[in-house]
Ligand binder design. Structure first.
Ligand code: ADP
Length: 275
């Protein structure tokens, strides 16, 4: 019996070691894949910039009809690369666990309204400029009247809502309605942002939160996307012990949901735990 026990002990020990190695190999493979993705993502804008700079150098700089356009492309690509590097740096800070969470209690109703007011303000400014190239959209708010107090890092959560709102605008045709809802569901608050845009194929719904995953690479790039916005949003929401997910009907629109832990407060203003 003891022999069997010893053998069993040995075998289960071995299984454990094998498991560790597999985990380590998986991490290494992911790491290599990530480095390869970053390199490809940076090579594309660099190659395109090189082509434009070469053309300028070959004489295009003298042509007032094309030089400003070529320089514009170089500038856009540079800005997108800077955005990408900044996104990579914030992901790396979160991966290493050194991204400090600056938590404070906020009335999330006011906070969401504040973030959306900025979008309304931008719309107003764009309308004043009567620039036809800027997308027009309408924001519809369905925010519960009940004041919900949640502990969040306001800068980081603002980045999440900005990301999702900007995507809703980016991946929607002109004149779309973006509906923002805030409600309480038991021990959570749920914020949802729905658009009437392109939608996302069912098979991609989970993958869009992966680093660099894009349903349509060319479209994302053309819109100045880095493919990292949702990956960062997921890290931030999870650092708040929350969840983020998406639902969509292709061609009809998408809805992004964020749920955050919420402690219901009694009438007297004290939490149930304190009573
Ligand atoms: P990107 O910089 O490409 O927008 P994100 O991480 O923000 O990167 O989004 C990843 C991908 O998810 C996008 O490229 C797009 O394919 C898809 N996506 C995100 N939001 C929406 C949306 N509201 N409607 C349709 N597709 C979306």
């Amino acid at each position: 019996f003891s022999l069997i026990q010893r053998v069993t002990g040995f075998v289960s020990g071995l299984v454990c070691v094998l498991h560790d190695i597999t985990e380590q190999q998986k991490n290494e493979r992911e790491q290599q894949q990530f480095v390869s993705n970053v390199s490809h993502e940076l090579r594309t804008p660099l190659t395109s910039m090189r082509a434009y700079v070469e053309a300028l150098n070959d004489g295009a700089w003298k042509d007032p009809n094309i030089a400003p356009q070529f320089l514009g492309v170089v500038q856009e690509e540079t800005e997108r690369m800077i955005r990408m590097i900044n996104d990579l740096l914030s992901l790396s800070r979160m991966d290493r666990g050194v991204a400090k969470m600056d938590l404070e209690w906020v009335n999330i109703n006011d906070f969401v309204n504040h973030v959306l007011n900025r979008f309304d303000m931008m719309l107003k400014k764009d309308a004043e400029k009567s620039d036809n190239s800027v997308k027009k959209y309408t924001i519809k708010r369905e925010i519960t009247k009940q004041a919900l107090w949640v502990e969040i890092d306001t800068d980081k959560m603002m980045q999440v809502i900005d990301n999702i709102m900007n995507n809703a605008i980016k991946y929607s045709p002109d004149g779309g309605v973006i509906t923002v809802r805030l409600l309480q569901a038991h021990k959570h608050i749920i914020l949802s942002i729905s658009d009437q845009g392109l939608g996302i194929p069912r098979k991609d719904l989970n993958k869009i939160f992966d680093r660099f995953y894009r349903v349509d690479k060319a479209r994302s790039r053309k819109q100045g996307g880095t493919g990292l916005g949702l990956a960062i949003s997921k890290e931030i929401v999870e650092a708040h012990n929350g969840r983020i997910w998406a639902d969509s009907a292709e061609g009809e629109g998408s809805t992004f949901y964020i749920s955050l832990p919420f402690e219901p407060i009694s009438e007297e203003g004290a939490s149930w735990d304190e009573i």
